[in-house]
Design a protein around this ligand. Structure first.
Ligand SMILES: Nc1ncnc2c1ncn2[C@@H]1O[C@H](COP(=O)(O)OP(=O)(O)OP(=O)(O)O)[C@@H](O)[C@H]1O
Length: 820
């Protein structure tokens, strides 16, 4: 009967499927056993292995590698993979473009596979990258080679929506992320749990471990289990014992493939440098593009503003090849688009900051041009590493100002970078030519936006040079400011306070040197010597105070009319700006109260400058000086405003103890005592001391209590928030899976995974940069609830002073609120 035969057929096929599955399971179990057996350290015959299929790895990984055309191992892979597969901690160092990514991805996938990691096991491996673009790239390679496996992997670099990320993060086996965003989730996402983490990878480890990310990484590592495998990779590897200790590496294997090689850069890379006066750089760059129209090049500049200005002006001059720009202040979507566009272009030039210096793997880049000098040889090595990747060849050009040549070239020699000088062609030096400068002037003249961008580019370049640590290379005073400004098309160089300060500092140094020379000469004159000491000490004191203030110049103080020694308030300074020649119009617009809204809107739309937005906010407060009574004690300095209550209390001293008489009048204690009984208690000084000690103890106790209460409140608040989030999570399961991939899905290989958006951890990347062409209004801080943020927003609008501490402050505030 048909029905019976159908049933029988179904039964048959069912049992066939079952037996296929069973066979598969058996062979997998067998494979696992064999791999386990082979992965005992050291792997037998590892030294002679050349291909991936000689390694003790799963068929699934091998298939993934094969489909992505990875057959033969590179040097770093040959050395690092056998160690990584055995679970060793690794410090991997190999030249740029040498294949470090696979050296950590393969052991990671294999380790999870061998442990039969499943959805219920949660997060097993974490990869941290310093930039979003690099994280995306790693994620893509993971998708390719892990396609046969069934782990879930997520990209956490700041999602479009925090909530979506938060929901997904709890379900991932592997996460590729940037430090800031990861930390944010660790702190705020209820479902995030990394207690079972098996493996941590830091790609571009030296960058992640340096100052910019230090705090985030420390906090992240604190949350991770100590029992885990850790791998660090970079072309310029850190070997700092301190760094390794803070990551709790266990007997790490140092795998360096270029340590013994003659050069630190790829052998197929030709490297040149050219000494170009600052004012000719743009001209030389433009000519370079015009004479290399079929090339694909990356041009590095020192700040976002520089990038934007050069990009905008060069676009307007139509060089005849597509131009793109990439920097950390662009919106994430724009960044991702630019990345994809440049990757797809055959001939194009990408202007960028160091955000693109590390790890990015664009195909077929012919030239890397460093229009601005890199901060150190390491940065140089990473920048040039964007070309000559794997087995390709490439060329790199470094443009140096005359004052940078000696220091930088010596540094590069020490870092084993082979570089040769090429001379600027005579016609490029011809002052009569200056085609760019004239065009630049026209652009600035016709378009105030361009002029303003130029001013900002000028200032940010000078600031970047001023802030550089290596003073043997960077000397802001050696730069021809006027000529440089003219080369940008500006009518004059904006006055920059920190440059003036730096000159003054040099003068003080010269004076000190002179006075110490004088001191040597008059060593026999005792009186003169003493005087000398005194003046030296006070000069040093003054210098200390000055340098403290100068370390990080405040944005709004950087550009300022110089010459006046008068002490001015910030508001005065702000208004004085309109008297400057170059930035006059712009600042007039910004501090014009009637036009505040207009200016705010334009700042948002054209959106360049956070300094300006900052200025605008202050102008908005309407804190007219006449509203505040003369005797009111308002916190004036920023430091004072930031002072905690405790600090303020400490600064106020211990206070007086008063006793009230029957009429309710307050008296000092001694007033109500007769002299005999006062003396009977001991001498006045010891009484005073005893009293103060007693009071101090009381205060210390109160302080401890206060702190623990505050901590407790914070804990409660956090627990409540997490609870709330947990409830929200339970109530709706998001269907958005843009940043997620289940690796075992061969059909989705061509999808563009990950839709990435903002993340807050780029401070380390672009910390010299302070503008934002596409800046959005300030977001709620990650530590704030929505309600908190609203509350603080409201507060900000009402009063901008600290909670009044003294009677005078309270009176001042009361009068202000009453509008008197
Ligand atoms: N075994 C291999 N066979 C073929 N190509 C490979 C192999 N390993 C890596 N590659 C290719 O080499 C290029 C560089 O690899 P990868 O990005 O991993 O280098 P890297 O060492 O991490 O570079 P960087 O230091 O700049 O980050 C990539 O395009 C990658 O696809």
């Amino acid at each position: 009967m048909p029905s019976t035969s159908k049933k029988g057929g179904a039964k048959h096929s069912h049992s066939t499927t079952n037996s296929v599955r069973k066979d598969k399971r058996l062979s997998e179990a067998q494979e696992l056993k064999q791999i386990e057996e082979k992965c005992k350290h050291p792997i037998a015959g590892a030294d002679s292995m050349q291909q991936f299929d000689e390694l003790p790895i799963s068929q699934k990984t091998l298939m993934g590698l094969k489909r992505a055309n990875f057959i033969k191992m590179t040097d770093i892979q040959r050395k690092a993979l056998p160690l990584g597969l055995c679970g060793k901690d690794i410090l991997g160092a190999a030249k740029t473009g040498s294949g470090k990514t696979l050296a950590f991805l393969v052991p990671m996938i294999e380790m999870l596979y061998r442990q039969k990691w499943g959805p219920q096991d949660g997060l097993g491996a974490l990869i941290i990258s310093p930039t979003r673009e690099l994280a995306v790239q790693i994620f893509e390679v993971l998708r390719k080679i892990g396609r046969e496996h069934s782990f879930s992997a997520g990209l956490i670099i700041g999602g479009k929506d925090w909530k979506i990320e938060r929901e997904l993060i709890s379900k991932m086996n592997i996460l590729v992320c940037t430090p800031g965003r990861l930390l944010q989730h660790m702190d705020q996402s209820a479902g995030f749990n990394c207690d079972l983490l098996q493996l941590l990878v830091l790609d571009e480890a030296d960058r992640i471990l340096d100052m910019g990310f230090k705090k985030s990484i420390n906090a992240i590592v604190e949350n991770l289990p100590r029992q885990r495998q850790t791998m660090l990779f970079s072309a310029t590897q850190t070997k700092s014992v301190k760094d390794l200790a803070r990551l709790s590496l266990k007997d790490p294997e140092y795998v360096a493939v270029h340590e013994k090689s003659e050069h630190a850069t790829p052998k197929n890379l030709s490297q040149y440098y050219m000494v170009v006066p600052l004012q000719q750089k743009l001209d030389v760059m433009f000519n370079f593009i015009k004479t290399h129209l079929t090339a694909k090049g990356i041009v590095f500049l020192s700040s976002c503003k520089q990038v934007r200005f050069v990009f905008e002006t060069f676009c307007k001059m139509h060089p005849g090849v597509p131009l793109l720009h990439l920097h950390g202040k662009q919106k994430q979507q724009k960044r991702a688009e630019t990345y994809a566009k440049f990757a797809a272009q055959k001939a194009a030039y990408l202007f960028c900051t160091d955000i693109a210096a590390r790890g990015l793997d664009f195909a077929a880049v012919n030239w890397v041009i460093q229009l601005d000098c890199p901060e150190d040889p390491e940065t140089y090595i990473h920048r040039v590493g964007r070309t000559a990747r794997y087995e390709a060849s490439g060329q790199a050009m470094l443009m140096l100002c005359p004052s940078e040549e000696v220091g930088m070239i010596q540094g590069l020699e020490r870092a084993k970078v082979p570089i040769q000088e090429v001379k600027l062609k005579q016609d490029a030096k011809d002052v009569k030519k200056e085609p760019i400068q004239k065009q630049m002037q026209r652009l600035c003249f016709n378009d105030p936006e361009i002029k303003y961008l130029g001013q900002k580019a000028f200032i940010s370049y000078m600031r970047s040079v001023y802030l550089q640590k290596d003073k043997t290379v960077f000397d802001v005073n050696a730069l021809p400011a006027e000529e440089f400004a003219a080369s940008l098309g500006l009518p004059g160089a904006p006055k920059i306070k920190f440059v003036e300060k730096s000159k003054a500092k040099n003068a003080v140094r010269a004076n000190q040197k002179k006075s110490s020379d004088d001191e040597d000469e008059s060593a026999d004159d005792e009186e003169a010597e003493e005087e000398e000491e005194r003046s030296k000490a006070s000069a040093l004191d003054a210098k200390k105070k000055k340098s403290k203030k100068e370390v990080v110049p405040e944005d709004e103080e950087d550009v300022e009319a110089t010459g006046s020694k008068q002490v001015k308030s910030k508001i005065e300074k702000m208004f004085n700006r309109k008297n400057q020649s170059v930035l006059a119009d712009h600042y007039t617009k910004l501090v014009d109260h009637d036009n505040d809204n207009k200016a705010a809107a334009s700042a948002k739309a054209g959106g360049d400058d956070d300094d300006d937005i900052f200025t605008l906010k202050r102008a908005d407060h309407d804190l007219g000086g006449d509203e505040i009574p003369e005797d009111a004690v308002l916190p004036t300095s920023r430091r004072q405003q930031k002072m905690s209550k405790l600090e303020k209390a400490k600064n106020k001293g211990q206070g007086n103890k008063l006793v009230f008489d029957e009429a309710g009048q307050a008296h000092e204690i001694y007033e109500l005592e007769d002299e005999a009984s006062f003396h009977a208690k001991g001498d006045a000084l010891s009484q005073q001391k005893e009293f103060l000690e007693k009071e101090k103890k009381v205060m210390d106790r109160a302080d401890v209590d206060d702190k623990s209460t505050a901590k407790e409140k914070l804990r409660e608040k956090k627990a409540k928030r997490k609870q709330r989030e947990r409830e929200e999570m339970m109530s709706g399961d998001s269907e958005d899976d843009e940043m997620v991939v289940t690796l075992g899905n061969p059909d989705d290989s061509d999808d563009q995974g990950g839709d990435y958006s903002m993340d807050e951890d780029q401070s380390g990347d672009e910390d010299m940069e302070d503008d934002d062409e596409e800046e959005t209004p300030k977001k709620r801080g990650w530590w704030q609830d929505k309600a908190d943020a609203e509350e603080s927003k409201k507060k900000r609008k009402v009063v901008e002073v600290d909670e009044p501490q003294t009677l005078a402050e309270q009176e001042a505030l009361a009068l202000k609120l009453l509008g008197l």
